[in-house]
Design a binder for this molecule. Sequence first.
Ligand code: DGY
Length: 429
Amino acid sequence: MSHADLDQTAKSILTDNDQGGYTIPTKGLYPYQWNWDSVFVALGFATFDQDRAWREIEMLFEGQWRDGMVPHILFRKDDPSYFPGPSVWGTNGGPIPSSGHSQPPVAASVVLDLVRGDRTGQALERATALFPKLMAWHRWYMTYRDPDGLGVIAVIHPWESGRDNLPDWDDALRAVEVRDIEPYERKDTSHVDPAMRPHKEDYDRYLSIVAACRKVGWDPAKVAETCPFFVADPGVTFIFLRANRDLLALAQQLGMGKEADEIRGWIARMESGAKALWNPDIQAHVALDLRTGKQTDGISCASFLAPYAGLTDTATMAAQRAHFDRMASKVRYMMPSYDPEHGCYEALRYWRGPVWAMINYMIARGFAEAGDPARAERLRNDTAALIETSGFAEYFSPESGAGAGGGTFSWTAAIWLTWASPSHVEQAA
Ligand code: DGY
C-alpha cells in the first residue's frame, strides 16, 4: 500500500470507529470510550478535522467524576461483548456509568497541541472551557494517587497504568488475595489469541482489586489507604509530569495566574519525587511498590519517557542512550515494551514485549526535545515500517514485526496520521 493509501485507511479507521463524537479503540475487543485511547485519537482527527478532535476530548470529560477523576472507560451503552462491564465495577461517582479508576493523563498535553496547531479559531474558547476540568483531574491525581506527597504517582490497578500485564506488576499483583469474585467469563480471549493476552491468574486478581475498591465505595481516600495494589508507575508519573508542564503552559496562555502557581508546586514536587523511581543497579527509572517499598528490576518502555517528562540531566540521558542502543541490538523494531534481555520478556504478549505506536510517539518526542533527533527518527521509522508491514494492529512483535492483539486499531491509526506517516512529514516540511 502507498503512503497515501495508508493515510486514507487510517482516516477510515477513525471514522468507522467513531460512535458520534467519541471513538472506540477497536470493534469487538474494546467497544466503549477509553480514556487515553480517545486522547491520542484526537491527535489523529486533528490532522483532518480539528473540530472533531476537540469533540473527542470534550466527550471524555463529560464522564468526569464529582471528585475530579476522569475514568478509564465510559460505558455509554451496554455491550455484552466486553467484560467486566458496569455492574462489576459498581461505581456511582459521575454522570455516565464508568469504571472506577483512571488512566494515563495525556489530555492536557494534547489540548496544548490542539491550541498550538489551531486552524479553527475556536481553540482558546474550547481550551478555556476544558481548563478547570483538567485542573480538577490533575488535583485529584496529586491528592489521591500521591497521598503522602512523595512526588510519584501510584496506580491502584494494572489497568490504571494502561500497561496491564507489564512484568513490573507481577510481584505486587501476586500479593493480591483472590477474593470476593463471582464466577466469570472473559470476553477478551474470544476476540484475540489468548497467547497475546494476560493469564487467568492475572484476571482473577484484576477482579479482586475491583471488588476491594467497590467495597469502599470507590472513595479515593479510602482506596489510597486500603487498596491491595498501590504501585508508583514511571509511565503515569512521567506522562503526568509532562502533562503538568503542558497544563502550566496553557494556564499561562489563558492568564490563569493562581492555577499556574499551584501547577508549579506540583511540578517541583514531582521533579524531586522522580528520584525515588531511579534504580541505581540498572541505571533506569522503574516501578516502586508503595506498600512494600520495593523497586522493580526491569526496564520498560516507560523508563524511556524520562526525557518526555523533561528529566534530561546528563546522567539520565547517558543511561537512556546506552539502554536504547543495547535494546536496539537485540530486536529489529524499537521500542519493546519490556527489556528483551529480561527473563519476563515475551515478544507477543501484550505489555510484556510488544511495540506500541503511541508509546514510540511519546518517547520520540522526548528524545527529539532533548536534542537526540537520531533516536527519535529511529522510533518514527520503525513505527512506520511496522504499520506498512502489518497494518493498524493494536501492537507489534519487536522481533518479526507481526501485528498482534486487536486489528483496525484507532490509536495506531491516529499515531500514523499525526506522526509516523511519511506523507505527514513531507507535508510538514
Ligand atoms: C482490557 O479490558 O484489557 C483493558 O485493557 C482494561 O482497560
